[in-house]
Design a protein around this ligand. Structure first.
Ligand code: 16G
Ligand code: MG
Length: 559
């Protein structure tokens, strides 16, 4: 089977490339103003179709720009396991997206297929599941993606419609595993895992009463809309969802996980005196991220301040919860004694969290560069691996072999009741988490179940460790690509002299740490600094930002 060139050219001619723009495959796919993306999305449809033929599996394509403003849009591709498109395909996706000559489009596709033996490995037919979030340009772009998929003979496009990003990734994974893959199956799996954990709570008081209220900021996006499907079937959690996109709220504007985490501010419609101390959670625009927060009286008792529980705090809570049950299993079941458990963070992880995980929990911690694709693959190497970015994106992964052992072991093979219970709890956790990708819904219910299980309030959880003060800045430079990093972005290799300048600034403050990296989603260089006090963290970030500005512009080091 080969490529039907005339079919491809005919379809591609309906989606001309806008002149003078280069589209980069960023940290997680293409993103730009929604009005100029038709061509890129159409061609991403071609990539997804070829990937499906190449793997012999169903692939996913999601139209979203996550936490970006409402006028933006983007496209992400999900691989057969539900994780992000293999990085080996990114250069192909990028060169295809930027080819202006239609004959050359066919050439780029043919060359790539030949080099990678796309049709040698392929099944005779492929399938791509397509979904979008609630952005106004979504419907038009979804149609462009569908036409891109259908431009490749033998591949069918199934339009699912409006979903959260993690729902689509979950469906791709479930489809390829041959298990129920509908939206309802997704809600049932989370709900039954949650119920199972809650049913096992030791000496549970007030069994009939619903748990504490969680107030959710839906970012005026698809998460707010879809949460009701889960709420309808989940027992014992009272949710109050705000910023649902009705009443004039705009997607990601002054709301959402990214706003709360980066600005350290309450999203719109939060921060009232009546919410004081209550547990709150904020989703991002496509509900693949979540952060938690609550409000407390300021030290001067005049105002209300926000206490943020970010991805690092989520990771630490889940590590405590999972480790407790894993230890039970390891000590009682000899053939599970070697099960390994590790956590994955990035350089953005607050130093206090890493210290707690290593020193208090004794857990193995590894760092990777920013971007889910890096963390996910590292975490997948453990029998149980947890990964989280500080921005709230993360999940828990169970290695297939370990999962199979847990599932297949008969109750009588566990020496103690406690070990059997621990195994059941781990299985229930594996149902609540979305093993394809970070998922705000899964994490919301996993965190809620862990807190209920340990009888903790959000304040107890917050008190596990105290964050070191930190500061993030952006620096606009002529070309951010001149900046190159190594060691999971903790050290700069280019431009020369920048790393020693950063080291000099770090030495000026107590417990200082700082790094810089080019953003993968914005045209800026990002600066991160932490230190013993907020003033020192601010000062360190400023000092480093000045060096970045000078060196990247070729000004040289200050005297
Ligand atoms: C994307 C990534 C996220 C990363 C962020 C960094 C996925 C699904 N999302 O949103 O993991 O933290 O980019 O953005 O991979 P930056 O490169 O602009 O700092
Ligand atoms: Mg997102």
């Amino acid at each position: 089977m080969g490529l039907d060139a005339s079919r491809l050219i005919k379809a591609a001619s309906g989606f001309p490339l806008p002149p003078g723009i280069h589209f980069s495959y960023g940290t997680a796919g293409f993103r730009a103003d929604g009005s100029i993306l038709d061509c890129v999305v159409f061609r991403a449809g071609i990539v997804a179709a070829l990937r499906s033929l190449n793997t012999g599996s169903t692939i996913g394509l999601m139209i979203t720009a996550s936490h970006n403003p409402i006028q933006d849009n983007g496209v992400k591709i999900a691989d057969p396991n539900g994780d992000m498109l293999s990085q080996e395909w990114e250069p192909f996706a990028e060169s295809l997206a930027n080819e202006s000559n239609l004959e050359n489009v066919v050439q780029v596709v043919e060359d790539f297929m030949q080099k990678n033996g796309v049709f040698k490995v392929s099944a005779s037919s492929g399938k791509v599941l397509l979904a979008r979030d609630t952005r106004p340009s979504g419907g038009r772009l979804l149609d462009a993606a569908k036409q891109g998929v259908e431009a490749i003979a033998g591949v069918s496009a199934e339009v699912i419609g409006v979903l959260t990003t993690p729902q689509l990734h979950w469906m791709v994974r479930a489809t390829n595993r041959g298990v129920g893959a509908s939206e309802h199956d997704y809600y049932s799996q989370i709900s039954s895992g949650f119920k199972c954990i809650v049913d096992m709570i030791p000496m549970r008081k007030n069994l009939a009463s619903p748990s504490e209220l969680v107030i959710v900021d839906g970012a005026n996006g698809v998460g707010a809309m879809k949460l009701s499907g889960l709420q309808a079937i989940i027992p014992n959690v009272q949710l109050n969802v705000r910023n649902c996109g009705s009443e004039g709220g705009i997607l990601n504007e002054l709301v959402g996980a990214d706003y709360v985490q980066k600005e350290r501010k309450f999203p719109q419609n939060f921060g009232h005196a009546s919410d004081l101390t209550k547990m709150c959670a904020s989703f991002d625009g496509d509900a693949d991220r979540i952060v938690f927060f609550y409000s407390q009286k300021s030290e001067d008792a005049e105002g209300i301040t926000l206490r943020l529980l970010d991805g690092d705090k989520i990771l630490t809570l889940l590590a405590i919860f999972i480790q407790k049950h894993l230890q039970e299993l390891r000590s009682e079941v000899h053939w599970l004694s070697s099960v390994n458990f590790g956590v994955v963070q990035t350089a953005y992880a607050n130093g206090a969290s890493t210290k707690f995980l290593k020193e208090n929990l004794g857990v193995e911690v590894v760092l990777t560069p920013t971007g889910v694709k890096h963390l996910h693959h590292k975490a997948a190497q453990y029998d149980i691996g947890i990964y989280f970015e500080a921005n709230g994106h993360g999940t828990v992964l169970f290695k297939e072999e370990f999962f199979a052992v847990l599932t297949k072991t008969a109750p009588s093979e566990f020496r103690t009741e406690a070990a059997y219970k621990a195994a059941r709890l781990l299985l229930a956790i594996s149902d609540v988490v979305n093993q394809a990708i970070g998922d705000a819904f899964s994490v919301l219910f996993l965190v809620e179940s862990a807190l209920q299980y340990m009888n903790w309030t959000i304040q107890d959880w917050d008190a596990i460790y105290k964050d070191l003060p930190s500061r993030q800045l952006k620096v606009k430079v002529q070309d951010r690509a001149v900046l190159r990093t190594t060691n999971s972005e903790t050290k700069v290799t280019h431009p020369q002299g920048l790393q020693s300048a950063i080291d000099m600034e770090v030495a000026k403050v107590t417990c200082g740490r700082a790094f810089v990296r080019p953003s993968g989603t914005e045209d800026v260089v990002r600066v991160y600094a932490e230190a013993a006090t907020q003033d020192e963290a601010d000062c360190l970030a400023r000092g480093v930002a000045i060096h970045v500005h000078n060196l990247a512009q070729g000004v040289g080091l200050p005297p």
